[in-house]
Design a protein around this ligand. Structure first.
Ligand code: HEC
Length: 144
């Protein structure tokens, strides 16, 4: 009798652990993905494909590789406006600064896009990211 109780107890316990794990649907990129959809997808599209010549695609982007990905934090916080590669006099569409995002949020976004859309950057190192953000070459004070 006791043995039967013990066996069914173990069975119920294991089932509970299994169903909790499955229903939680563990996804390490969930906040990054949500933030990307909220702050970036309107321009870069949900699948990161961008918009023709106006918005660059994030697929296999040189900005989202190994070490380089830490500097991309500056691009997210302060925006970027590069000259037209064919004619520097032509106005290009800039990426606006996203001052409101915290270091943690930027890290989560980079972890998401750095490991999706054909990018294989691995995980961002938060200490390196903070060092880059403290020394952004394109830093401008927040106006609001
Ligand atoms: C209002 C539109 C807009 C939004 C919102 C936006 N971007 Fe951009 N992004 C651009 C444009 C335009 C460029 C290219 C700017 C240039 O080269 O002058 C760019 C460039 C980039 C690049 C460089 C890509 C490459 O390979 O050249 C990365 C990476 C990037 N954006 C990531 C992000 C992330 C992450 C977010 C959200 C946190 C975001 N962008 C939000 C418009 C946007």
């Amino acid at each position: 009798m006791n043995l039967k109780l013990l066996v069914s107890g173990i069975f119920i316990g294991l089932s509970l652990i299994y169903f909790t794990a499955v229903s939680c649907n563990f996804n390490p990129y969930s906040q990054g993905e949500w933030l990307y959809r909220t702050h970036c997808a309107s321009c870069h599209m949900e699948d990161g494909s961008g918009l023709r010549d106006l918005i660059p695609s994030l697929h296999q982007s040189p900005f989202l590789t190994g070490e380089q990905i830490h500097s991309t934090a500056c691009l997210i916080r302060y925006g970027i406006k590069r000259p037209d590669p064919f004619d520097p006099k032509v106005e290009t569409y800039p990426m606006p600064p996203l001052h409101q995002l915290t270091e943690t949020e930027i890290t989560n976004i980079l972890n998401y896009i750095g490991n999706h859309f054909g990018n294989r950057a691995g995980y961002v190192n938060p200490i390196k990211l903070q060092e880059k953000l403290d020394n952004c070459p394109n830093a401008v004070p927040r106006k609001y």
